[in-house]
Design a protein around this ligand. Structure first.
Ligand code: ATP
Length: 827
């Protein structure tokens, strides 16, 4: 047999061509003899050894080399039937050798058909529910066929390059794989030819045919020829007609070797159960492991997260036995590594999900501990079947919560599984709760894992079909969370949703009641209607909060936890109005700004339940007469801004100092007695006004004289300057020949006009450069915009000299100026 390991497990053949040809000749002779022998075979005969059966030389050699001599019951019954080409529905206890019961017929039937070589195509397809089991089957196939068989066998389980598998698939005669990957190749690999398939085998058939694989398996079967032999094997076989129809079984033979047995599990298996509340599971498991450090233990949990949490936390506590873990979310390499390690180990503890429950043949497992209750009796049987295999001894212990006991035992009894109650020695039970709390406190990742473990466990229980066993309300989830080291039970969305749905129903019913009883009890009904979810409830429901972040935990008051717990206790409660208030009244922390506050005091007494009032605070500012009340976010921010705070402080007062250096306010009130001694108030007022007027008049005369002197001086300077300029211009004109000033129509020099104006009035001449400014004062809006008129005025002025209506004025500076200006305008 050539095991062309599609997954890299290659065993190259170096048989020479000549030797091959000789072998084929020999095989042909063998096949003829074998066909005749099989035809003679009594399919229901009593055979005990493999040698009793008409098997090919290579198979015989393979069996011998693997030390398989005596057949197990299932092998003795199933192999003769299968050799004769019957479809088989085989059920036998765990560890009873079902694998050989289908591997031997596969090798033999294809051998007799000489379905071998590249051109033959796929002759047999073996489907397994898990990768690990597929690998195990492939190994048995290789082991048995390695001596002399010429088949090419392959393994397709995913996790490897699809392309590499494609290349090898076309040459395969026997293929082992998982449903998903097989279907992928059937639909995508063009050269994968299954048209001539002779045998289809389903190991753990009940699992492969159930909901999880239904679609894939149906699709695979569609690709296969109807004329084929089909073998189904499992420890827990269903005989559903619908399943048989789906697989086109033709008059199948039922091989149920242990159907008459008292027990559905191996006799060498000792089975017990203990009553263990959820919150005591980890303590009990830890104590058990501590007491069995030399054993090989396999522990089953209901979720991958729980497996990871227990593995990680127990590892931290150094149990003194090698720990391993396996679950479906691990990478293929890690899973294979773990199975190999556990198989090879003498003492070890493997934490696993049900991915390791079926078919895996770990040698010499001492204990199977079902820490989480299995979903049904079949799962129990498969799990516990990892020990006491092929007549070896083994022990199974299942932990049952008080609420699970009755239901589970009933199911086990119905399946003929004898389980005996034992007690845990309380003296030997160690509590690891404190250690877990400490570890979770130090390691947030572990805490997160614990939260996830809690949620997935709760979810798995919630989703269990058998409600006679799994009653979520009966578990103390708070205590369970505490036993994982968690400070409280994480809020669970599906419970919350469930709760919300129930609450909705309750409130709807209440509303209906209130509608019908309106008028009678309307007020009360309204009050009840208020208990419908608030926007905060809805807000929290919107979050993806399978697990809540810490700050949510703090924000969400205990009502949420109570909500969950109340569900578990069977009481459906609408949240109390107070709870909402609790959420709203999260106290605001106000930073102490010592630089600005001389004293601070919490105004707790003002807490009226209103958000802002609840956080009210009074701050006394230095230099402020009024205390500052902080009762809003805006005011809180104000405390941080020095600039804004300055505005709140009082303004300073201006002081004057007397000769002795004493400070006085600018306006100080006179002593009343002194004031009265000076006479009546009216007389004093009159006197004050007269004195003030005298001072003002005197000051006015002085001011006017000073202003006049200043003006005269200014005028004198200007005249001197103009005279000097005039003199300079004339000299320049005399010097420069050809430069003529253009005369007006009347022959006047334009500059002459200008000079004449200057000479006409000293005052006007003085203000000439300030014309524009003068205009500003007296020009009306209309004049300002009337450009044409201004031009016309200039024209008139240019032609006829000075405009009669035009008065050039200077900006008035004193009262006298104003008077002079007014007089000029009137003229
Ligand atoms: N005829 C035999 N003689 C000796 N050992 C055998 C024989 N048949 C099977 N065994 C051994 O018995 C063990 C269990 O076999 P196998 O895994 O086929 O059991 P199974 O019935 O498929 O169990 P499960 O239901 O758990 O899948 C294996 O270790 C196998 O090597």
């Amino acid at each position: 047999m050539v095991a062309r390991g599609i997954t890299g497990r290659t065993r190259p053949t170096k048989v020479k061509k000549r030797e091959n040809a000789q072998k084929r000749k020999r095989d042909d002779v063998d096949v003829e003899k074998l066909e005749a022998a099989v035809a003679q075979l009594d399919s229901k005969g009593a055979y005990s050894d493999f040698t009793d059966l008409p098997l090919s030389e290579p198979t015989k050699q393979g069996l011998k080399a693997s030390h398989f001599a005596v057949m197990t019951d299932v092998q003795a019954k199933a192999i003769p039937l299968a050799l004769k080409g019957h479809d088989i529905l085989g059920a036998a206890k765990t560890g009873s050798g079902k694998t050989l019961a289908f591997i031997v017929p596969v090798l033999e039937n294809l051998y007799r058909l000489q379905h071998v070589g590249m051109d033959a195509g796929l002759g047999a397809l073996i489907i397994s529910p898990t990768r690990e089991l597929a690998i195990q089957i492939f190994d048995v196939l290789v082991k048995l066929g390695r001596l002399g068989h010429m088949f090419a066998a392959g393994l397709v389980i995913g996790g490897k390059s699809l392309e590499a598998e494609r290349q090898a698939l076309t040459r395969m005669n026997i293929l082992v794989g998982t449903p998903g990957r097989i279907l992928q190749h059937m639909s995508q690999t063009v050269a994968f030819n299954v048209d001539d398939l002779k045998m289809l085998v389903l190991d753990e058939a009940d699992r492969i045919l159930d909901m999880g694989f239904q679609k894939d398996v149906d699709a695979i079967v569609e690709y296969l020829p109807k004329e084929r032999q089909t073998l189904l094997f499992s420890a827990t076989q269903s005989k559903k007609l619908s399943d048989l129809a789906r697989l086109s079984l033709q008059e199948p033979e039922y091989v149920s070797v242990h159907a008459e047995d008292k027990s559905a599990t191996p006799k060498s298996l000792q089975q017990n159960h203990i009553i263990c509340p959820l919150e005591e599971k980890l303590d009990t498991l830890w104590s058990f492991i501590q007491a069995s450090k030399k054993s090989k233990i396999l522990c089953f949990f209901s979720s991958a997260k729980l497996v990871r949490f227990v593995y990680e936390s127990f590892r931290h506590m150094q149990p003194g036995i090698p720990l391993l873990h396996i679950h479906g979310r691990q990478k293929q390499g890690a899973r294979l590594d773990t199975t190999a390690k556990f198989s090879a180990a003498k003492s070890s503890c493997l934490f696993a999900t049900d991915v390791a429950a079926r078919g895996l043949d770990f040698p010499a497992v001492d204990f199977v501990i079902q820490v989480d209750c299995p979903e049904d009796a079949d799962t129990y049987i498969h799990r516990v079947g990892r020990t006491a295999r092929y007549n070896r001894e083994g022990r199974g212990v299942v932990f049952l919560a008080p609420s699970e006991e009755e239901g589970m035992l009933k199911r086990l009894e119905a399946k003929k599984v004898p389980v005996e109650l034992i007690n845990v020695r309380q003296k030997k039970r160690q509590s690891i709760k404190e250690q877990l709390v400490h570890m979770l406190f130090k390691d947030p990742a572990l805490k997160y894992l614990a939260q996830k473990a809690f949620v997935t466990y709760t979810k798995s229980v919630y989703l269990q079909k058998d409600k006679e066993i799994f009653k979520l309300k009966e578990y103390d989830l708070e205590a369970f969370a505490a036993s994982l080291g968690l400070p409280g039970a994480p809020r669970i969305k599906f419970l919350k949703d469930d709760d919300a749905k129930k609450r909705k129903q309750v409130s709807r019913q209440e509303l209906e009641v209130s509608d019908s009883s309106e008028g009678e009890d309307g007020g009360k009904a309204n009050e009840k209607a208020k208990t419908v979810r608030t926007k905060y409830d809805r807000m929290f429901e919107r979050q993806n909060q399978d697990i809540l972040a810490d700050h949510y935990q703090k924000l969400v008051k205990d009502d949420d936890a109570e909500g969950d717990i109340s569900t578990t206790n069977g009481a459906v409660q609408a949240p109390a109005a107070d709870d909402d208030d609790d959420f709203l009244s999260v106290k605001r922390r106000i930073p102490a700004e010592s630089a600005f506050s001389s004293s601070e005091d919490e105004d707790e007494g003002e807490n009226t339940g209103d958000t802002t009032r609840a956080a009210r605070k009074v701050v006394h500012l230095e230099g402020a007469s009024q205390p500052l009340i902080i009762d809003s976010n805006r005011r809180e921010k104000l405390l941080k801004s020095k600039k804004k705070l300055l505005k709140l402080k009082d303004k300073g007062t201006k002081l004057v100092f007397d000769d002795e250096g004493n400070a006085h306010e600018l306006y100080e009130l006179e002593d009343e007695a002194d004031f009265k001694a000076k006479g009546l108030p009216q007389e004093q007022q009159q006197k004050y006004i007269e004195a003030a007027r005298e001072i003002v008049q005197k000051a006015d005369v002085e001011d006017k004289a000073a202003a006049r002197a200043k003006r005269k001086e200014k005028m004198r300077k200007r005249k001197e300057k103009d005279r000097a300029e005039m003199q300079g211009n004339v000299d320049a004109a005399d010097d420069e020949e050809g430069v003529q000033y253009e005369a007006g129509d009347d022959g006047e020099d334009p500059l002459a006009n200008f000079r004449a104006d200057m000479g006409s009035s000293d005052e006007e001449a003085e203000e000439q450069p300030k014309q524009k400014k003068a205009k500003k004062w007296f020009q009306s809006d209309s004049e300002d915009g009337d450009e044409d008129e201004g031009k016309g005025r200039k024209r008139r002025k240019g032609k006829g000299g000075k405009d009669a209506r035009h008065v050039d004025v200077q900006e008035p500076e004193t009262l006298e100026d104003m008077e002079a200006l007014a007089a000029g305008l009137l003229d």
